[in-house]
Ligand binder design. Structure first.
Ligand SMILES: [Zn+2]
Length: 184
């Protein structure tokens, strides 16, 4: 039985869940399928090209991405990756990145341009694929979330100084280690 996807609250910079290393998913059951649907719906709600479970407060190794949405905003092609592992990476590319958990802050990040990633899909099948360009950048950004790493951690000291005040502003709303974005 399927139900309507739920929109999940977004955890914002300052929230401790964003700094945890997420746990492996042990089994793909009905709850996990529903959670994946909710995560996808929440990603689209915020016009994201990717979203990870920690960003909605769930410290588990699940990411969703849709690299094609930028070129084709009307067509949704979400991809769910459970327990992803970046096995190889090469090359270098610089992309302006943002993050649903770090609203209104954008900065250029240098990352490998090609990756080989393995992951489990919702049918419990393991895959190993090569990605390059934008899709590779998104997977690396979301994978970082599972390790407690944020895109701003990749910036130079000078680039970080420039956004320091904005970060402090975001962090201000943290109460007892929790900082959840309210609907605008
Ligand atoms: Zn992010």
């Amino acid at each position: 039985m399927s139900r309507k996807p739920k929109l999940l609250p977004i955890h914002i910079y300052g929230d401790k869940v964003l700094r945890l290393k997420s746990e492996e998913v042990q089994k793909i059951d009905e709850n996990l399928l529903q959670f994946a649907e909710d995560l996808i719906a929440t990603m689209y709600q915020w016009d994201g090209v990717g979203l990870s479970a920690p960003q909605v407060g769930v410290s588990k190794r699940i990411i969703v991405i849709d690299p094609q949405i930028k070129d084709n905003p009307k067509k949704h092609s979400p991809m769910v990756m459970i327990n992803p592992v970046i096995e190889e990476s090469s090359g270098e590319t610089e992309t302006e990145e943002g993050c649903i958990s770090i609203p209104d802050i954008y900065a250029k990040v240098v990352r490998p341009s090609n990756i080989t990633v393995s992951y489990t899909d919702l049918q419990n099948e393991r895959h190993r694929i090569n990605l390059s360009g934008y899709a590779a950048v998104i997977v690396q950004h979301e994978y970082d979330h599972l390790e407690g790493i944020l895109f701003i951690d990749h910036l130079s000291t000078i680039a970080r100084l420039k956004i320091r005040n904005k970060l402090k502003e975001l962090q201000k709303n943290t109460v007892d280690g929790i900082n959840i974005r309210c609907e605008e």
